[in-house]
Design a protein around this ligand. Structure first.
Ligand code: SF4
Length: 282
């Protein structure tokens, strides 16, 4: 009896490493062959899925990144790669924030509050697990090869990928970048050469010049002032959404009260910087 057909799927985040993985796949497999990626999947973290009404939500992705994702999706589809954007069916930043803590010492009965900067539950629950579930569903009918944008110098991630492959997690993971010796810098260069480097990487933030360039949620403790300023200035409900976000700090029923446990910057302090940034640069 014939086995299941092989399906190669790229987990895409919109960041440089996973974007470069697809560019590389396109370069290595210009026509159809069975080594070629056949599907691209991106899990979008939502800030509030039901902000306006049920199902009409506010994304946690920055407006610039959402524009980039839409434009890159068109390019990828033009190259023949279907792109699926998926979301958790029920959870978002706000459901995490309002989740009531069960058995625990001291915080039982409180809402969880702000996610921890170092061990973000959103990354785990709203990105990684959503994609994992999606791949496991596909693996019922297909033998899944999941391409992940790990770079050649990410030794510990590559090692845990190998361990998971040996253990067996329902599908096989591989990294095209690592297989071809690409570092993060190479990935950035490849994206740039193809006009597919997200503008968030070029978005120099004069107000926080020491902050590492990143792509991620505007509500993240690592978000730059500039990302939040763009949200406030460029989206029609951005100012209102950001104000509601800042007000979360006033809640007295939450266990984790600090937006940023690393720098201890408060959201009220951040909001002042955002206003200043808009006055100075936008
Ligand atoms: S960008 Fe920040 S808030 Fe968003 S999932 Fe990643 S760590 Fe969590």
């Amino acid at each position: 009896m014939a086995g299941k057909p092989i399906l190669r799927v790229l987990s895409w985040s919109g960041g440089a490493d996973s974007t470069a993985s697809l560019i590389l796949d396109h370069m290595l497999h210009p026509g159809y062959d069975e080594e070629k990626i056949q599907l691209v999947v991106l899990s979008e973290v939502m800030f509030d899925r039901n902000y306006f009404e049920e199902g009409v939500g506010i994304s946690a992705e920055s407006p610039e990144q959402l524009r980039f994702i839409a434009a890159a999706k068109e390019v990828f589809e033009g190259w023949g790669y279907p792109v699926q954007i998926i979301r958790h069916e029920t959870k978002d930043y706000m459901t995490h924030f309002n989740h009531i803590i069960g058995r625990s010492s001291g915080t039982q009965g409180y809402a969880a509050g702000f996610p921890l900067a170092k061990a973000c539950a959103l990354q785990r629950d709203l990105k990684v697990r959503v994609v994992e579930r999606y791949l496991r569903d596909l693996s019922r009918e297909n033998e899944i090869y999941s391409c992940i944008g790990y770079t050649a110098n990410e030794k510990s991630r590559l090692e845990s990928m190998r361990t998971n492959n040996e253990k067996g997690i329902g599908y096989h993971c591989y990294s095209l970048l690592a297989e071809n010796g690409y570092t993060h810098e190479d990935a950035m260069r490849l994206c740039e050469q193809h006009g597919l480097l997200s503008p968030v990487y070029k978005n120099i933030d004069p107000s926080t010049p020491d902050r590492k360039i990143r792509s991620g949620c505007w509500c993240c403790p690592w978000a730059k002032v500039s990302e939040q300023a763009h949200l406030v200035k460029e989206t029609c409900h951005g100012a209102e959404v950001f104000q509601k976000f800042v007000e979360l700090e006033n809640r007295t029923d939450i266990a984790y009260k600090n937006w940023n446990y690393k720098t201890h910057e408060t959201l009220k302090e951040r909001a002042k910087k955002v206003i200043q940034f808009i006055d100075d640069y936008l």
